[in-house]
Structures are given as structure tokens and as C-alpha cells.
Write a protein that binds this ligand. Structure first.
Ligand SMILES: C[S@@+](CC[C@H](N)C(=O)[O-])C[C@H]1O[C@@H](n2cnc3c(N)ncnc32)[C@H](O)[C@@H]1O
Length: 271
């Protein structure tokens, strides 16, 4: 694994319009998913990585990629739509091209070529129609019996009124500069079932506390948390954005939640 890092994504964009996750990455934050490291670990357990072929959609900076590789899969491949992210992961993990630059909606991977598709904090960033296309693509590349494991932003409770959902979506878009569209557990499951998956395991939940100090320490370690806090204090434009994001998450903390779902591609019917 190399120490010299390629550039982070979007660092040439003005701070005011940079996507929230790349802004946090610029400030030294490494865990960029709503349920944090703890929900990632639970979902990796549920994915049953060891000895299986694994595709990760949207590895970002490659922190979950590292966890996957440590769990000894038979093979690891990744797909990210950001070329700088692709370069980061290949370089950091010495993966030599295992991560490719493509859209999760059209990965270019062979049909029925993997046992596990793992993806965190990516579907949420897209419209429901795009989510459906990406789920269909995950279905295509999985072998029958394969597992599609997601860790995304959710809304609770299931019956949350539509106008509140819209209000939250607008607040997120304004603050993180990404059209985030979180869904309720029932909505996530319905989309997965619509793509042909079976969801038989209970959804896993975690509080959405991405920017709360306790979670930052749990995710980044004390040293990482101090480095992040130091950067936030030193950089006023970035600080303004981070505080705005934190205010938005706090304002909607009762409705925002992290969800982890295991969806299974049904095994081929026996002859
Ligand atoms: C919030 S980051 C999450 C990164 C990583 N999964 C994590 O949890 O730390 C979102 C990632 O999704 C990638 N992404 C967004 N849309 C994508 C798409 N349509 N296809 C592939 N990757 C995509 C971005 O480039 C970025 O790396």
C-alpha cells in the first residue's frame, strides 16, 4: 500500500458548491456513510465476504474496500463514477486496476460474475428511477443466490408524510449540494423487490450521526477526529459548510436514519 496519495475528488470545485462528502474528505474525514463504521461492520458480516467474489459499488476513498480485502474474498472489484476516487482506491490498496471508472447503472461487468455486490452511501444520491436502474444492474451481475448488501440513508417512520419527506430532501440538497433522496425502509425494500430481489432478513438500523462528535471519534479514531476538528477550525469557508450540514442533520434527526439491507437474488429454480 502506497503513502503518496493521488488527489481527492472535486478539490478544484469552489467550497460553496462542493459535494458534502468530498468536502468532509478534504477536511480529513474518512468515513462517509450514514451509519458509520459500526453499521459497515454489521453489513460486511451479513455479506459473508470470505471466499466469495465481491463487487463494491462506489468505493469512494476505499475505506470499506480495505475492510473487504482484509476479509479474504476470492476476488475484489470496485466501480466508481469519479475518476479521482478510482485512482485513490487502486493506488492506496495496491489493487492495480481492480476498481474501474464506470457508472453503477452500467458497470460493464459480466452478467452473473459475482457472489456479493456491496454498496454504501451511493443509491441515496440518485433519483428513484436511477436507483431502480442501479439495482437492476446489481441483479444482473450477481449469480443466482448472490447477495446485494446496501447501507444507505433512510427515513423513519414508514408513514412519514410526503410533504415532510420533500422538505427533508430539499434541506439536504441545499446543505450537502447533492440531490439526496433517502427512503423509508418499506420504500427501499419495495425498490429492491421490484428489481427481482428477495428481502428476507430484518433491516439493520443505526442512528444518522455523521457529524456528531461521539460518532466522529468512533469512526475516525481520536487522532483522526482531532485532525478533522483542527481542519474545521482552520478553514472558515469549509467550517461554514460543515456547520450548515450539521444543523440540517440535527433539525431532521428524528426522521433521518441509516439503513442496512441484505437483498438476495433468488436461486435458479431446480429442473
Ligand atoms: C458518499 S460517497 C460514499 C463512498 C463510500 N461508499 C463510503 O461509504 O465511504 C459516494 C460515492 O459514490 C460514488 N458515486 C456516485 N454516483 C455514482 C454512480 N452513478 N456510479 C458509481 N459511483 C457513484 C461517488 O463517486 C462517491 O465515491
Amino acid at each position: 500500500m502506497s503513502n503518496t496519495q493521488p488527489a481527492l475528488p472535486e478539490q478544484d470545485r469552489p467550497v460553496a458548491t462542493m459535494a458534502g462528502h468530498w468536502l468532509l474528505a478534504k477536511l480529513g474525514k474518512r468515513v462517509l456513510r450514514p451509519g458509520g463504521r459500526e453499521l459497515t461492520q454489521r453489513m460486511l458480516e451479513a455479506a459473508r465476504i470470505e471466499g466469495h467474489d465481491v463487487v463494491e459499488l462506489a468505493p469512494g476513498l476505499g475505506h470499506t474496500a480495505r475492510e473487504i480485502v482484509l476479509r479474504k474474498p476470492r476476488s475484489y472489484r470496485g466501480v466508481d463514477s469519479d475518476p479521482a476516487a478510482v485512482a485513490q482506491v487502486n493506488k492506496r490498496l495496491g489493487l492495480e486496476g481492480a476498481v474501474v471508472h464506470a457508472d453503477a447503472a452500467a458497470t460493464g461487468l459480466e452478467a452473473e460474475s459475482t457472489d456479493v455486490v456491496f454498496g454504501e452511501a451511493m443509491l441515496t444520491m440518485h433519483s428513484d428511477r436511477a436507483k431502480q436502474t442501479m439495482m437492476a444492474e446489481a441483479f444482473r451481475v450477481l449469480r443466482p443466490g448472490g447477495r446485494y448488501v446496501i447501507h444507505e440513508l433512510g427515513l423513519t417512520p414508514d408513514g412519514l408524510p410526503e410533504e415532510i419527506k420533500r422538505e427533508i430532501q430539499m434541506a439536504l440538497a441545499k446543505s450537502i449540494k447533492v440531490n439526496a433522496r433517502p427512503l423509508t425502509n418499506t420504500e427501499w425494500r419495495a425498490l429492491l423487490e421490484g428489481a427481482g430481489f428477495e428481502v428476507t432478513e430484518e433491516t439493520q438500523f443505526a442512528p444518522m450521526r455523521l457529524l456528531q462528535p461521539k460518532r466522529i471519534v468512533a469512526d475516525e479514531g481520536l487522532g483522526g477526529a482531532l485532525k478533522f476538528a483542527g481542519n474545521v477550525l482552520r478553514m472558515p469557508d469549509e467550517r461554514k459548510r460543515v456547520l450548515d450540514m450539521r444543523r440540517t442533520f440535527t433539525a431532521h434527526r428524528d426522521a433521518l436514519i441509516a439503513v442496512g439491507i441484505v437483498a438476495v437474488k433468488p436461486a435458479a429454480p431446480s429442473e
